[in-house]
Design a binder for this molecule. Structure first.
Ligand SMILES: [Zn+2]
Length: 273
């Protein structure tokens, strides 16, 4: 199946694993960790006022679940912008066991090196994943509404084309679990930015006005359209079905939990021989 599937306590992009058994990509749930209260239980975020020792324990636990040592993880301090940074083996461990060493002011990471796990944190925003099997490139981008309208998805595609000489037709993309259009209500301010991002060429499936005068925004769809316009082939895009707000027993949700909640982690890595 062409989507995010259950594998133990997390979700995995199994179709990419089938394509290349060395690639490990997926998304954590809130299950199976040590954190308590609003952070129950697998909180992966250091920046949300959870006990940092618990977060470290959670990360070590999860590194065993996916068999990818925590010393090889790289994380960034996300700021809802569209900057893309290439990382290499020298940066392994940054942001893996604390917030302070994470790559600053960055929402998009990619690498061509093996034995690195790129990581990114979520509670409703859209996790984007990128993989170019021929070029051995992997990437992650964090796309809330701000990052989405700043076009962080196309920014990754353009970077790979310009700096890595990648043929856009060879790029696979996945749009992970996030808040769905069912639960994501926004106002005019956001919709105006969406219109700008789409150059006024609005596709009906992106948002719908509701009876209160606000809108239900489909952020996954918006990201998909922007990736298609950047040249990614439709058959190369996977879109998750899960809504992080509807499934509150499985996911942390910033909206549903009214701001005080934990973080899930998106990840992608490529194992060496
Ligand atoms: Zn929902």
């Amino acid at each position: 199946m062409n989507t995010f599937e259950r594998s133990g306590k997390h979700l995995a992009i199994k179709s990419w694993q089938k394509l290349n058994s060395k690639v490990n990509a997926g998304f954590t749930t809130r299950e199976g960790g040590n954190s308590t209260r609003a952070f129950h239980s697998m909180n992966m975020g250091f920046h949300v006022n959870d006990d940092s020792d618990k977060v470290r324990e959670n990360r070590k636990l999860f590194s065993k679940e996916i068999n990818f040592p925590v010393e090889n993880w790289i994380g960034s301090q996300q700021v809802h912008a569209a900057k893309i940074v290439k990382v290499s083996k020298e940066e392994r461990g940054l942001g893996s066991l604390d917030f302070e060493t994470a790559i600053p002011d960055t929402d998009g990471l990619y690498t061509s090196d093996e034995d690195i796990l790129l990581t990114s944190l979520y509670a409703d925003c859209v996790p984007l994943y990128f993989f170019s099997p021929n070029d051995k490139l992997i990437g992650l981008a964090h796309a809330g509404w701000k990052g989405t309208v700043a076009k962080i998805g196309p920014a990754m595609i353009n970077t790979w084309q310009e700096k890595e000489s990648v043929d856009v037709k060879s790029i696979l993309a996945a749009i992970g679990p996030s808040i769905g259009h069912c639960c994501y209500e926004v106002d005019d301010r956001v919709i105006n930015e969406v219109k700008v991002a789409l150059d006024g060429d609005i596709e009906k499936s992106v948002y719908k006005k509701n009876t209160t005068g606000n809108y239900h925004l489909n952020l996954k769809k918006l990201n998909e359209i922007l990736l298609l316009r950047a040249g990614v082939l439709p058959e190369n895009i996977i879109v998750s079905e899960q809504c992080t707000s509807c499934q509150n027993d499985v996911f942390f949700s910033h909206r549903k939990d009214r701001g005080k909640t934990g973080r899930m982690m998106s990840y992608i890595g490529r194992k060496g021989d």
